[in-house]
Ligand binder design. Structure first.
Ligand code: ADP
Ligand code: GLC
Length: 485
């Protein structure tokens, strides 16, 4: 079949700008699609980190002010390991350091509607006849609310087929109606089956309503978001579009997340060389100021600290951890109350609980390698990458069966041990008590070294490479293109 031209529009891309899993996906999926023979370009704002990373980027087009509210912008062409990247350069909107969405106080930038409105507008423009580039994509692939408005222009004005991928339906990008004119959307788009959503302009709703095809990042989440509990008020729309909605499980970058070659680790290891994992545990204990105990499991957490991740459950029972007995190493940032709660916990239990508040890629790798069990009691989890990293690193995850966690982690039972699929621990419910009981179960299982090793090896054998997902995305793009005609 003929190769496709794809524009992949994103608001973050690892390693330069990453607040969560979208950054990892935006780095790995385009590369996997390119490796499969397709012509793909990534569009991303020229944040300072990207301008620093690509000082040789060439200006290839100027985009005049598309409305009185929008500044002029430029497109710069860069390349990372052969992957073409289009940087949307507009210093007024994007030249701000730190988190791409929040100011230094942790508040949304007040002009996020314009910032990601321009990104969406340009993503659409590149798929239209009026594009300033000669290159024209067959499909514009948008990701989360920040680019999900692009399908609106492609729908109302014509152009390439469009796809919206939901990485997290909890963030919907809702703004006042005035943004409609500021961004140059037609007044006719202000309809319940257009971009209007409870009297606001919702970027995500617009994409879900108007994109040619919709995907989300795991089969279970694709089902869950059609339920009001997970999909919020967007569930009815998703039910309505269920024929155009599919779940494609994320992969992991198996070069970056490879315990045998990971340069961040004290010592490399593999499924048949698991003894070296102990060196990493000792190194992590030293690095984080934990006692170098070998008689108790070390639980690891790497997370945004938000209600989504269920770590408030952990805080509720955390005083019991040293008595299990077990240790805890946590790296995270987010909710200030949760940050304070975990910082206080570490103070109460020096040597047994260590907490680092902030974002630290290297330490994230060392926790994956050094911990015995990875905690991810998420209330909802569209896909989740950390449980897959944990499985690869021989660090069985403890999860709640939701979204992509349910699609990747298989509870240890007699049956799953027998068929060699058991790779982690599943919570019975979303209560502190359920978490406590499951942590106790982990501690007991961990004492049986042979059994533990079988569970580790089952997880390490799982194949989460991007190859499968790339094939499914190509099928999705072809369906989106077919829906256009
Ligand atoms: P989400 O995107 O909802 O935050 P995922 O599990 O999909 O959850 O992806 C989170 C990604 O961000 C992982 O690569 C994880 O290692 C990383 N991450 C999260 N918090 C931190 C942190 N404080 N320091 C380093 N990496 C982090
Ligand atoms: C979101 C989700 C996470 C998912 C990631 C990448 O941030 O919360 O579950 O893995 O996007 O798709």
């Amino acid at each position: 079949m003929n190769p496709l031209s794809i524009l992949f529009a994103t608001s973050e891309m690892a390693p330069w700008v990453k607040t969560g899993g979208l950054g990892d996906v935006a780095a790995a999926l385009p590369a996997a699609l390119q490796a499969a023979g397709h012509d793909i370009r990534v569009l991303i704002p020229a944040y300072p980190a990207l301008l620093r990373a690509f000082p040789e980027a060439q200006v290839i087009a100027t985009i005049p002010a598309l409305t009185p509210a929008l500044p002029t912008a430029r497109l710069l062409a860069a390349e990372s390991a052969g992957l073409p990247i289009l940087l949307l350069d507009c210093p007024e909107l994007y030249e701000r350091s730190g988190n791409p969405y929040l100011d230094a106080q942790g508040h949304d930038w007040p002009d996020n509607g314009l910032r990601f409105g321009l990104l969406s507008r340009v993503a659409a423009l590149l798929g239209q006849a009026s594009s300033p580039l000669d290159w024209r994509p067959d499909v514009v692939h948008t990701n989360d609310w920040q680019t999900a408005l692009a399908p609106a222009w492609l729908h109302y004005e014509g152009g390439a087929a469009s796809v919206v991928t939901v990485h997290n339906i909890a963030f919907q990008g809702c703004f006042e109606k005035t943004l409609l004119t500021d961004l140059g959307l037609p007044e006719t788009a202000w309809r319940f089956d257009g971009v209007e959503y409870h009297d606001q302009l919702s970027f995500l709703k617009a994409g879900l309503q108007l994109a040619s095809q919709i995907s989300t990042v795991s089969p279970t989440y694709a089902r869950e978001i059609q339920d009001e509990l997970f999909g919020y008020a967007l569930a009815p729309l998703l039910q309505h579009r269920s024929d155009d909605l599919r779940g494609i499980l994320n992969g992991v970058d198996t070069d970056i997340w490879n315990p045998a070659t990971d340069p961040a680790l004290a010592q490399g290891y593999a499924a048949n060389r698991l003894a070296a994992k102990r060196t990493n545990k000792a190194a992590l204990q030293r690095e984080m100021g934990l006692e170098e105990a070998t008689d108790r499991p070390l639980f690891g957490v790497i997370s945004r600290l938000t209600e989504q991740k269920g770590l408030d459950l952990l805080l509720t029972i955390a005083d019991g951890i040293p008595h299990l007995p077990a240790q805890l190493a946590l790296l995270g940032s987010g909710d200030k109350l949760m940050e304070a709660g975990f910082a206080a916990l570490a103070k109460r239990f020096p040597g047994q609980v260590a907490v680092r508040l902030g974002f630290d890629e290297g330490l994230a790798h060392r926790i994956e390698a050094g911990a015995d069990c990875f905690l991810m009691p998420s209330r909802f989890e569209p896909c989740g990458l950390n449980q897959m990293y944990s499985l690869r690193y021989g660090t069985p995850p403890l999860i709640r069966a939701t979204g992509g966690l349910a699609d990747t982690v298989i509870d240890v039972t007699e049956a799953t041990l027998a068929d060699k699929t058991a790779n982690g621990f599943v919570l019975p419910d979303t209560t502190p008590h359920g978490l406590w009981q499951t942590m106790e179960r982990v501690c007991q299982t961990w004492q049986d070294k042979k059994l533990w090793q079988r569970i580790q090896q089952n997880g390490m054998r799982c194949d989460f490479s991007w190859k499968h997902a790339a094939r499914e995305y190509i099928a999705l793009y072809r369906d989106a293109i077919a829906a256009q005609h």
